[in-house]
Design a protein around this ligand. Structure first.
Ligand SMILES: Cc1ncc(COP(=O)(O)O)c(C=O)c1O
Length: 419
């Protein structure tokens, strides 16, 4: 913190940056409450990507001509911007991937197969998105003797820290891989404390920051994260680009994940040697235009200020926690003390898919289903899924109220049909 008092976020001004927010759905103003799945894009991102393709596009790291050098400089500038955004010690600790999912698969393959030892365990939790679960199941099943265990989630929807301590005390955990913010419960996990506990037990730690990095200032050095991953499209950037932050001492020891061009030092027909990180982990033509878009997105949220974004969303969360649970038939999943703007809820009058279809008719976009977190839905006994409203920096208090009114009307509508 620099001690400066920042101006509050002017949400109505900000909304003008997002062309899609002026569109209509079924003739109704768009009320986009699915930013947790993928966020909308500001004009600054769209224009940066268009400019890149119109004026400065070529492949990177190979051409000895001006345009390629310009594109390479833009690609590497994006890496520097992301390093600053996460407060990484150096840009070389930033690896560009396709998304969070690929970043976690990279760690599972490379760190998991290369540096974990037989008998060691990956400790994840019941709260994870499938992206932070399935790659570890695949590692467990690869026949390398690596185990997999899960930290329980409390009824309030928080990580059970006593259970985490018990699991770590077994002395065999090589990696703790947990979310920094749940995409279902909104729970923000105590990441710095988790990292401290993991390190004291001799384990490394990975945080899935797909949701958290959008809503809060993240400082990987202050957290002492070994790995931190997030995905560009939720941070108001494009699809097709994700980020793996990893400490340099780890990247230097990790074998490649994918092989091909750009990730090698030398190649003969018989064998190859690997380039230094981050190139070692970026096989093939990287997401060049997407990196430029992500750079613009990072600049965009940084100019607004992550603290201002967090404050705006905290006010929305407080408001939503007052109005949504008060609606008859609505049950919010999870009551974590520290939470962000993601609300999954069950609704007694209709299946989540029917509810989302009805809400769509009045312009409201919410997600329906199990939000790629089936074990968590099973944990809370809502196997049929839930509806989920999730906020972005452009979400307004009026939109939350509109959702609340629409839910009340939906309950009347479904009750009328049942009767
Ligand atoms: C917490 C969390 N982890 C991982 C992911 C996966 O992100 P992506 O599909 O961009 O790889 C998501 C996206 O929904 C998420 O919310």
């Amino acid at each position: 913190m620099d001690g400066l008092v920042r101006p509050a976020l002017d949400v109505h001004r900000i909304r003008e940056d997002f062309p899609i927010l002026a569109t209509k759905v079924h003739g109704k103003p768009l009320v986009f409450l699915d930013s947790g799945a993928s966020a909308q894009k500001p004009r600054q991102v769209i224009q940066a990507m268009t400019r890149c393709m119109e004026e400065a596009y070529a492949n990177v790291h190979r051409g000895a001509y001006h345009l390629s050098e310009t594109a390479t400089a833009a690609y590497e500038a994006a890496r520097e911007a992301v390093a600053r955004f996460l407060n990484a010690a150096r840009p070389a600790e930033i690896v560009f991937t396709r998304n969070t999912t690929e970043a976690i698969n990279l760690v599972a393959h490379s760190f998991g197969r290369g540096l974990l030892k037989p008998g060691q365990v990956v400790l994840t939790s019941e709260m994870e998105h499938h992206a932070n679960l399935v790659p570890w199941q695949m590692l467990r099943d690869a026949g390398l003797g690596i185990g997999l265990r899960f930290v329980r989630v409390t009824d309030a929807g928080e990580l059970d820290m006593d259970h985490l301590a018990q699991e770590l005390a077994k002395g065999d955990v090589g990696l703790v891989a947990v979310t920094h913010m749940s995409n279902v419960l909104g729970t923000v996990t105590p990441a710095a404390r988790i990292a401290r506990m993991a390190h004291e037990a001799g384990a490394r730690v990975l945080f899935d920051g797909s949701q958290a990095a959008v809503h809060r200032r993240v400082d990987v050095q202050a957290l002492d994260a070994d790995f931190y991953v997030f995905t560009g499209h939720k941070l108001y950037g494009p699809t097709g680009i994700g980020v793996l932050y990893a400490k340099q001492e780890l990247l230097l020891r990790m074998p490649p994940f994918l092989g091909g061009g750009d990730m090698i030092e030398s190649v003969t027909l018989e064998r190859s040697t690997w380039a230094a990180p981050p190139a070692r982990f970026e096989a093939g033509t990287p997401p060049i235009v997407e990196a430029v878009g992500l750079h613009a997105a990072v600049d965009y949220v940084t100019a607004i200020g992550m603290d201002a974004i967090e404050a705006h969303e905290r006010a929305l969360v407080d408001h939503a926690m007052r109005v949504l649970p008060a609606i008859e038939g609505v049950e919010i999943l999870g009551r974590a003390q520290d939470r962000g703007g993601v609300f999954a809820f069950s609704f007694d009058a209709a299946h989540p898919h029917d509810l989302s279809t009805l809400l769509d008719r009045v312009g409201i976009c919410v997600r329906a289903g199990r939000h790629c977190a089936e074990p968590l839905h099973a944990r809370f006994g809502v196997e049929n899924g839930t509806s989920r409203a999730s906020f972005g920096l452009y979400t307004t208090r009026e939109e939350v109220d509109f959702l609340a009114e629409a839910l009340t009307s939906a309950r009347r509508f479904f009750a009328g049909k049942a009767g």
